[in-house]
Write a protein that binds this ligand. Sequence first.
Ligand code: MFK
Ligand code: FAD
Length: 498
Amino acid sequence: MSFVQPAAELGNQYRDDRVLRSYLKRTLAADSLRMIEQDLHWLGEHAAVAWQRELRRSRSEPVHTPWDPTGTRVDRIELTPAWQESRTIAAERGLVAAAYGSPLGDQGRVHQFAMVYLHHVASAIFTCPLAMTDGAATCLTASGNKRLIERALPHYLSRDPATFWISGQWMTETTGGSDVSATETLARADEHGRWRLYGRKWFTSAVHADTALALARPEGAGPGADALALFYLEPRRPDGLWRDIEIHRLKPKLGTRELPSAETQLKGAPAEPVGDLAHGVRSIAPMLNITRCWNAVCAIATMRRGIALARDYANRRVVFGRPLAEQPLHQETLANLQAEFEAAFHLVFYTAERLGQVQAGTAAPAQVPLLRLLTPLVKLWTGKLAVAISSEVLECFGGAGYIEDTGLPALLRDAQVLPIWEGTTNVLSLDTLRALRGGAALDAWQEAQQALLAEAEASPGLAAAVRAVRDDSQWLLQWLQSHAPDSPGLESGARELA
Ligand code: MFK
Ligand code: FAD
């Protein structure tokens, strides 16, 4: 019998995650940690079991059936088993609910994102609709629309799979996803005064979601983005049939294949304005900021999974007479990946802490502009890094990393969406400059940086590194100070950045 290389294995992803465990121990009171640890152990175990299970079966994809045998338009979407299982897990573990009214107070976001981090890779990308659902809950809350809050929030925050609802986010059209100003979807009041939407939404992920928030242009409104309004829809009737909506097709995607992302025609779909009949981008911005935070959490989850597999493999694979893990150059490769991941991890959870405090109203005033600044930064940086790390992880497996049924190529394919959706890297770079307007974010950032550096300086051995970071950041501060306060400066700043 010739040699057979054992595959990489995963243990309980909570138990084995030194970075997560030490962070939570440092951040949460012992009682709080005890309260949530059962969830974390369960999700950590599920992550390991799901990984092994997915390797043993071929990955399925959702199926769209436009017509029934009698010729009636049905647009049935059949979901994959892993996707359906993930919906149940999400409701029962409270992956959205944990962030609202948490017994951990303003640390509810830390609890929630620790769970999301453990679950993302095992979730079949169900984290996409969960992010949008969380975003919708925040967005409706911010709108103050009492009727919609009472209607939808109890479902979004339900821990019962039978009553749990997920939301979609319908912005992108063929005219543009970054620049939504040319949105063609029209909102027109019918003879009963009920708003109906007409148009084509070009990317609608989790298309079968129970509700959606959509941008549309009210009839008679002028051109441009500010004339758009935000609408709430329940796209399907209780019997599952679509309300004046047709699904053209499910998109054939590079990755995220279990996530049904559709091209959708709105043919008079009933909808309800969330707020004013204008300022739709401003109204949906709270949703964007939540989903961008989720994106960052899912990015570090991807990095951590790849590194865990690569480390395990390095102990099993023997090259040039010793385990790969003992080859100095490979040790350096793994150490670099780990260092990049740990930096990203801490920035993401630092942002999650600020988000929880701002949401709970316990944040100091300066935390609000700081969070606004960190959100696009953390999304754009971790999105790109997840792709780079996943690519390096594949190489750590040599040729095996390129082979479908190791499960590794899916990791890279799924990572590639992270820098694209929810704002591409360049669009978020410009959003960062938008967040810097007025100077409050920059002041808050400097203050936060000083506090962090003072804390780090107190740790033995870190003082020299802290001084180096402080020196390096001086040029950036000066650059930002010269460009941030006014928008013409921002535009020339964007050119310089490019
Ligand atoms: C598994 C991982 C989880 C993630 C799952 C995600 C699944 C969903 C997939 C999707 O991709 S959904 C679609 C996501 N689409 C985007 O992210 C759009 C990207 N483009 C932008 O973000 C553009 O910058 C933007 C559309 C916002 C530009 O629109 P405008 O109208 O030209 O911008 P403008 O005039 O600067 O801003 C309008 C208002 O919104 C301003 O407020 P005021 O009216 O009070 O002045 C802005 O300050 C405000 N605004 C814009 N972005 C904001 C914001 N406010 C707070 N936060 C922001 N991020
Ligand atoms: P464009 O906006 O045309 O961008 C093309 C290039 O131009 C990018 O590199 C971008 O960075 C660059 N660019 C744009 N503006 C500028 C600028 N001012 N300066 C410099 N560079 C710029 N959308 C939804 O609304 N709902 C969904 O559910 C949804 N699901 C998705 C699922 C998947 C799998 C994918 C891939 C996309 C999904 N999207 C969804 C769409 C996504 O949000 C958009 O694709 C994204 O925002 C980019 O828009 P676009 O495709 O029109 O590209």
